[in-house]
Design a binder for this molecule. Structure first.
Ligand SMILES: Cc1ncc(COP(=O)(O)O)c(C=O)c1O
Length: 376
């Protein structure tokens, strides 16, 4: 039995995912955390940190910074300077700080993780939204539409890379096209790379947007975290990487008085995950590939359901428009399954299914999914 086969009862715990349907027989496959324990190396580091006993304000220390630098070098051949790192309690904070630090309209592409759509408005910025194109089940950029959506007032481009919810790991050519667009329109790019450790296709690699060239790095705010890959989002530890000193100062100034210190347990977990989590991570990816293939196999046999290939993330993006359901998420809840409704992502008629769970949970979820489809 694999580490990832262990079913851990999260009912009645602090889990946002599980408490939504507390007393109902509804399997929650919505919010993006996984039902797996964190890597043993991370838990050991947390125990060790707690043994110290004092939990005062903290900040990054040299071996933690080193673990980030080494991780980026080994995983993505990306070399950064220690001073480019700005620690954050989460990526959503980072998206909002980015919107507030760059003066002008914001461009982003839907469907998209909902905070990309709300952060511009919360920050008093106008949002120019473009739709990603979908040919068959393959999502890609419509560069002509992006060109049209980018106004003279546009200053910031919010990129989700890899993309939640469509599961694409953007290729070098696609990234170069986006980089060319950013340069032509003098856009700052905020690249949310929270899912970069979750590339499932064996023939694909994550390429940090800022690593395309030194010139692109100068106009990029990269947001990263160990949180999705190592399943520790509740520890609230993330970072921005900003090479340009003036942009970094603006970003840091915007954070002042609003964005708190990163908690010391999150920092300890981050170092352990990046330094000692490699073996666990490899096993996780193999397990998630198996889950992805199970989901894809079931979906391909269901009339009226189309699923985009999941190159990255543990999130399947399902086109259920042919079922003609008035309230898709409610229909699946009535059949014991809690999924994310596409409406919040700017795509009514689609659902997002989180397959980051033990196979027994997933198999039961897929049985319920099939029943719900038959009843539609
Ligand atoms: C693309 C993306 N960005 C950010 C987040 C959340 O980041 P955080 O919890 O660090 O605010 C998520 C969570 O699902 C996500 O998918």
């Amino acid at each position: 039995m694999s580490f990832f086969d262990t079913v851990i009862d999260r009912r009645g715990s602090d889990s946002e995912k599980w408490r939504k349907y507390a007393d109902q027989d509804i399997l929650p496959l919505w919010v993006a955390d996984m039902d797996f324990a964190a890597p043993p190396a991370v838990l050991a580091a947390l125990h060790q940190r707690l043994e110290h006993g004092v939990l005062g304000y903290g900040g990054a220390w040299p071996s933690l910074t080193e673990s980030v630098l080494t991780h980026l070098k080994n995983e993505y051949a990306w070399h950064i300077e220690p001073e480019w790192i700005v620690w954050l309690p989460g990526l959503v904070s980072g998206l909002n700080v980015a919107c507030r630090s760059v003066d002008g309209d914001v461009v982003t592409a839907a469907p998209i993780y909902p905070p990309f759509l709300s952060a511009p408005h919360l920050s008093g910025r106008r949002l120019n939204r473009v739709d990603l194109a979908c040919t068959g089940t393959r999502w890609h950029w419509d560069m002509a539409a992006l060109q049209q959506a980018t106004r003279p007032e546009s200053r910031l481009f919010l990129l989700c890379h890899p993309h939640n919810p469509v599961g694409r790991c953007w290729s070098r050519d696609e990234l170069l096209a986006l980089a060319g667009h950013a340069e032509a329109h003098d856009l700052i790019v905020c690249s949310d790379e929270i899912h970069c450790g979750l590339i499932l296709d064996e023939d694909k690699r994550h390429i940090p947007f800022a690593s395309l060239s030194p010139a692109i790095a100068q106009r990029t705010i990269t947001l990263m975290a160990p949180s999705k890959t190592f399943n520790i989002p509740g520890l609230g530890c993330a970072f921005a990487i900003i090479a340009d000193p003036a942009l970094r100062r603006r970003f840091e100034r915007t954070m002042l008085g609003i964005v708190p210190h990163v908690n010391v347990l999150g920092l300890a977990a981050c170092e352990a995950a990046f330094r000692d989590g490699g073996g666990w991570h490899r096993e996780l990816i193999a397990y998630l590939r198996g889950n992805r293939d199970r989901v894809a196999a079931v979906m391909s046999g269901l009339p009226g359901i189309r699923m985009a290939p999941v190159e990255a993330t543990y999130l399947a993006w399902l086109d259920i428009r042919d079922l003609k359901l008035e309230h898709p998420a409610a229909h699946f809840e009535a059949h014991g399954l809690g999924l994310s409704d596409g409406t919040a992502f700017g795509a009514p008629g689609w659902l997002r299914l989180n397959f980051g769970c033990p196979q027994t949970t997933l198999d039961e979820a897929l049985r319920r999914f099939e029943r719900a489809c038959r009843a539609a």
